[in-house]
Design a protein around this ligand. Structure first.
Ligand code: PHE
Length: 337
């Protein structure tokens, strides 16, 4: 029996030495319930009482040795696997990386955000309105009845007789005034449409930003101060503004507003086409009829409104000479901002 135990031990050790040995199979074969060592222990009944503890001890020793050998081989196999993996997945951190290309905001979006920030800083809130609009909001409520000549200059795309693509952001004024009572201080940026042919200065789709303030005692000087503050933040501290009388059906009095050329400072140059001034927006005191249409008493409240073209402001600001560049998504253009 002692020889048998020695044989088992040697056989197990021999198997464990073979390369890529299946350690689990070895464990089952020698130490498992139906394994060789167990078989020997079962036969111990045939031994004399003196021999039994001796052979028992020996069997335990052999088991312990095989177990120890197994552990060593398993650990070695694990380490080898790890090392192989480390070699296989070796990373050269000194290799040059692949550069991810990161985009940025469109120049119009940037200009819009910048303008929003300026007005938010003056206490304005942002209001939005639909691009598909009723004739009522785009024209009627703004004091532009059917057949009014102002409809010609703002010819747009009609969905039905009564529904159109808004030609200006001014309908948002009406929507805000209908819902909210004064004090009101909002700007509303967004897309507008006109049935104009596309050229260097016209596009059937462009963007405007409207401004509206209604409260007790609002005067033209509030309008001037607001626009001057805006112009200086947008175009530089030295910017002057100039009001020229104009006509809009929904404001009275109305004006077109110019900023002094921020390139030449007013002397006249290419950017201002020798004028010294650049027109950027239309504005005026909200017409009493418009207030009335929206349920606001013009005897108690007054207000001012202004509207500017985002493209126009952005083109002026960055010296862009063709409006089409904004919509072509040519990276060579976009990358410059
Ligand atoms: N909505 C006018 C336009 O598109 C601009 C404007 C807005 C004028 C508000 C006065 C007051 O031409």
């Amino acid at each position: 029996m002692k020889e048998k135990l020695q044989q088992i031990k040697q056989a197990a050790f021999a198997e464990l030495q073979t390369p890529d040995c299946d350690t689990e199979a070895v464990r089952v074969k020698y130490l498992g319930k139906k394994g060789e060592l167990t078989a020997v222990l079962r036969g111990m009944g045939a031994l004399t009482p003196e021999e039994r503890p001796v052979v028992g001890q020996m069997a335990n020793d052999v088991r312990a040795e095989i177990e120890a050998a197994l552990t060593t081989v398993v650990a070695a196999a694990k380490e080898k696997a790890l090392n192989d993996r480390l070699v296989r997945e070796k990373l050269d951190v000194t290799m040059p990386g692949k550069c991810e290309r990161v985009g940025h905001q469109h120049p119009l979006t940037r200009a819009q955000r910048e303008m929003e920030e300026i007005f938010i800083g003056m206490g304005f809130e942002i209001a939005e309105g639909p691009e598909v609009e009723y004739d009522y909001y785009n024209f009627q409520a703004l004091n532009i009845p059917e057949n009014h000549p102002a409809r010609d200059t703002q010819d747009t795309f009609y969905i039905t007789d009564k529904i159109l693509l808004r030609s200006q952001t001014s309908p948002v004024q009406v929507r805000v005034m209908e819902k909210q009572s004064p004090p009101i201080r909002v700007i509303s940026p967004g897309r507008v449409y006109r049935s104009d042919a596309l050229d260097a200065t016209h596009s059937p789709l462009f963007h405007q930003m409207e401004g509206l303030v209604v409260d007790k005692g609002i005067t033209m000087s509030d309008l001037k101060g607001t626009l001057e503050t805006f112009a200086r933040k947008m175009f530089g501290d030295k910017t002057e503004i100039r009001f020229r009388p104009h006509h809009f059906p929904f404001t009275e009095p109305s004006a077109e507003v110019d900023v002094s050329c921020f390139v030449c400072g007013g002397k006249g140059c290419r950017v201002c086409k020798g004028e010294g001034w650049i027109e950027i927006l239309g504005a005026g005191m909200v017409h009493p009829f418009v207030l009335q249409n929206c349920g606001i008493d013009p005897e108690v409240y007054s207000g001012f409104a202004f509207g500017m073209g985002l493209e126009r402001v952005t083109m002026t600001r960055y010296g862009i000479d063709d409006i089409r560049l904004f919509y072509e998504n040519d990276e060579r253009f976009l990358k410059q901002f």
